[in-house]
Design a protein around this ligand. Structure first.
Ligand code: AP5
Ligand code: MG
Length: 220
């Protein structure tokens, strides 16, 4: 299985990628998570990513393409992967096709999760995640079962993203419309683009994604 979960900030890409990863044993490749790990490490790339992410802008294509090109060669990607947050420009989409072609592979599908701006802002402003295992939550839509205890690992520590400020979210939504949405016609022309209404609840969105995977991906 090789798929792209595509959508604006807060659409639910990370939430759904984690579920698919668990169910099918394919690995989630989140460029946002990779960059946040680089920020934490304090590396030169991390320092640049910290500035760019807080401003809600995009990191350079060449850097992101290199990051994914290295990552998909790792043994844990052999069974497949879910791209979450990549590609984000037409240049990244073209580079992805080239690197997959060199490996004799191709994408099964690109799933666009459509969610309106009011809902996106509500989802982003209530988001938090477990500092231990990274499980994602929401103040209203997906609270922890027990107050302040992670459902998945039992940790009591949680974090909120530094780029989830109102100003940064406005910039991220504009960048999505201007630079990322143009990727959609690219995949539409290749006839691998599927659109789902991402406004439904988390379980229903998972069901819709799984239906597309059943029709397009080799799930053995
Ligand atoms: P990235 O980390 O990819 O952020 P993003 O695309 O802005 O998307 P988010 O992670 O904010 O949202 P999501 O769709 O994963 O939603 P989630 O599942 O968390 O990128 C961050 C930054 O890194 C970028 O701005 C850029 O600077 C840089 N970057 C990354 N990749 C790059 C690239 N390829 N090129 C250049 N730069 C790059 O859900 C949100 C909340 O809603 C959660 O609280 C969740 O519980 C809740 N929720 C989810 N689904 C539902 C539902 N159906 N109903 C109700 N609530 C829901
Ligand atoms: Mg995410």
């Amino acid at each position: 299985m090789k798929l792209v979960l595509f959508g604006p900030p807060g659409a639910g890409k990370g939430t759904q990628a984690r579920r698919i990863q668990e169910e099918y044993g394919v690995v989630q490749l989140s460029t946002g998570d990779m960059l946040r790990a680089a920020v934490k490490s304090g590396s030169a790339i991390g320092q640049e990513a910290d500035r760019v992410m807080k401003a809600g802008q995009l990191m350079p294509d060449s850097m992101m393409i290199e990051m994914i090109a290295e990552r998909i060669l790792q043994p844990d990607c052999a069974k497949g992967f879910i791209l979450d947050g990549f590609p984000r420009t037409v240049k990244q989409a073209e580079a992805l096709d080239e690197m997959l072609e060199r490996l004799g592979k191709s994408l099964d599908c690109v799933i666009e999760m459509q969610v309106d701006d009011v809902e996106l802002i509500e989802r982003i402003s209530g988001r938090f995640s477990c500092a231990g295992c990274g499980a994602g939550y929401h103040d209203h839509f997906k609270p922890t079962r027990d107050i302040d205890i992670c459902d998945e690992c039992g940790s009591g520590e949680f974090t909120r993203r530094l780029d989830d400020t109102a100003e940064s979210v406005r910039a991220r939504l504009k960048v999505f419309r201007d630079q990322t949405a143009p990727v959609l016609p690219y995949y539409e022309a290749k006839k691998i683009l599927y659109r789902i209404d991402g406004m439904a609840d988390i379980d229903e969105v998972t069901r819709r994604i799984k239906n597309i995977l059943l029709a397009t991906a080799n799930l053995s």
